[in-house]
Design a protein around this ligand. Sequence first.
Ligand SMILES: [Zn+2]
Length: 103
Amino acid sequence: MLKRRRASSPRSNASGPQRTCVQCGAVREKGGLLRIAGKPGAGWAPDPGGKLPGRGIYLCLVGECVDRFAARIRTPKGGARWKIGVAGGELSDRLAASRHGGR
Ligand SMILES: [Zn+2]
């Protein structure tokens, strides 16, 4: 009977930096989240590669967080929360497109 145990490590689950999904509050590794980069008032853009400068908004890649966030920023209230403003509709469209544009 083979029953191997992996060496227990206190940080076995933390292989990278972790971020919090703004939509559901889940804490995940960066690779499991979609980053939206930008600055309040200056515009935001989906940043799947995590390379754009600026602040980041993070959303779960799985589940409905991206869809829900996109729906939220279409409303003035939702857009105001991140100072997305009138660009919310456009960003929302880009999020929808990025979801279907491969992974
Ligand atoms: Zn989430």
